[in-house]
Design a protein around this ligand. Sequence first.
Ligand code: GDD
Length: 318
Amino acid sequence: MPRLLLTGANGFVGKILTRRLQDVGYQVIALSSSEPRADHGADEHLVCDIRDADALEQAMAQAKPSHVVHLAAVSHVPTSFKEPLRTWQTNVMGSMNLLEAIRLQAPDAFVLFPSSSEVYGAAFKSGLALDELTPCEPLNPYAASKVAAESAFREYFRQGIKGVIARPFNHIGAQQSPDFVSASFARQIALIEAGQQAPVLKVGNLEATRDFLDVQDVCNAYIELLKLADKPGHPNCVNIASGRSLQIRQVLDLMLSLSSATITVELDPERLRPSDIPVALGNSTRLMQCTGWTPSIPLEQTLKELLDYWREQVKHTD
Ligand code: GDD
């Protein structure tokens, strides 16, 4: 049975991906910086901060994986402005520590590195669906740190480590932190419906557009990308996008239409960013061609499930 080391296993995607990987036959060794919840469900657990190179090398020696998925990262753009040092140490030096640990302890492992569509940054101003040949022009510390980490991965690939870089666009679903836009809106609507928040929904920039995917579709793409381990000559960097861009205002309207509550929308200046990508749209042709992946879950379904999830959550927060 293939043994897969998953960093960031306690995060939003990590928890969902663990189950999905087990379903398709991987033994999952979950690595996280804090103790996992009792119901996490991975086959093995390792607690290790990826900024600690020695500890990570030891964890790699213990896990002896055939595959690695490196999800661990500071992934919230506003946090990256507030804490640039932690962002760079985790996203760049953490990735370097991982690559060194692979080189020393699991040199035959195939590694999938989820980077981010944020790397394109200012290039999105063209309004086009960007493909992987577009030069990166990051606009925030998170995006810049992902470009740097990609560069580290490419260098190790050049030296013979096997793997692929993915650039997922915005992915959403139940269990995502309300630090992110759709979860924030869903949580607030649920709180308002339950009478736990005044009927005023706080928002940031509603003019931006994003290319949204259900987290399950992104997990499908990761599972397909891991199969490239057996396909020599595969591309080393692929977008994961829906190819459709929606304004945040439209996402808000769709979510409000799912509620019968009367809700006023109010701009919260604290939610505005020093710089925000105005339009994000991706071209996934390369991914589709090398794996056959296509997205399958309509956004409307994802938003409904997200709102139902938060309705359940707020029942327990009286
Ligand atoms: N978070 C948040 N909260 N964003 C808001 C809000 C709000 O109340 N109101 C409007 N927005 C706008 C943001 O300004 C941004 O334009 C958009 O909604 C999406 O914000 P986020 O959900 O925070 O995601 P992101 O686009 O910054 O980054 C996400 O996607 C990347 C991939 O494209 C993150 O998940 C990154 O980790 C990921 O790499």
